[in-house]
Ligand binder design. Sequence first.
Ligand SMILES: Cc1cc2nc3c(=O)[nH]c(=O)nc-3n(C[C@H](O)[C@H](O)[C@H](O)COP(=O)(O)OP(=O)(O)OC[C@H]3O[C@@H](n4cnc5c(N)ncnc54)[C@H](O)[C@@H]3O)c2cc1C
Length: 202
Amino acid sequence: MISEPALQPFSPSALQHFRTSLRSQLLLPGEPGYEDARKIHNAMIDRRPGAIVRCAGVADVIASIRFARDNEVTVSVRGTGHNVAGISLCDGGMVIDLSAMKGIHVDPAARAARAEPGVTWAELNYELQAFDLAATGGFVGTTGIGGLTLGGGLGGMVRKHGCALDNLLSADVVTADGQLLRARSDHDQSHHHLYADCLISS
Ligand SMILES: Cc1cc2nc3c(=O)[nH]c(=O)nc-3n(C[C@H](O)[C@H](O)[C@H](O)COP(=O)(O)OP(=O)(O)OC[C@H]3O[C@@H](n4cnc5c(N)ncnc54)[C@H](O)[C@@H]3O)c2cc1C
């Protein structure tokens, strides 16, 4: 029998309240969908989170961060799960799974796009190509825009247009205290320090 890692102790009523507050699914060990949700690209990684939140939008991310903070739960963040070391999955703790967040909006006039963190490079380029645009992302279409960009991001256009991170204009960041802030590359904009943190995280 496999022993299930638990979340750090907190009351069942807090967990129930958290579940009902979400727009998305909260998956606990043994529940339908849990085993599939803990699979990542590197099949050698076999970790069993105490809970997986499959976020539907920013409100779920904020709720998850606040719940984790209030209950002192370890978290990991999952984009499309391609990090080879498997850092998107924690043992015990809570996975904030962003892979279902797939929104993409292209602004052809600005030659820019805004995309949610579960989007892959193939999905982003599909939308961009409708406007004769392309993004400098990774070589492999299945990798996620989030983890790849935060890691620098080397792709086929790197010599001409630089890394993915060089082309990041702004990022919406949910901070550890559950606030949503927009970190912008322009030095004169508020929260530029958070943009610098995105660069440092690489
Ligand atoms: C088959 C394959 C091909 C690859 N090709 C390339 C390539 O051509 N060029 C290249 O540069 N790299 C490449 N990589 C490496 C890839 O960029 C990294 O593995 C990257 O982490 C994948 O992004 P992801 O969103 O899937 O990461 P995940 O594994 O989901 O996440 C890894 C970590 O990134 C952070 N993270 C991800 N998204 C967010 C977010 N929205 N907010 C905050 N933190 C976040 C979290 O700390 C998370 O734990 C490749 C990897 C694989 C497996």
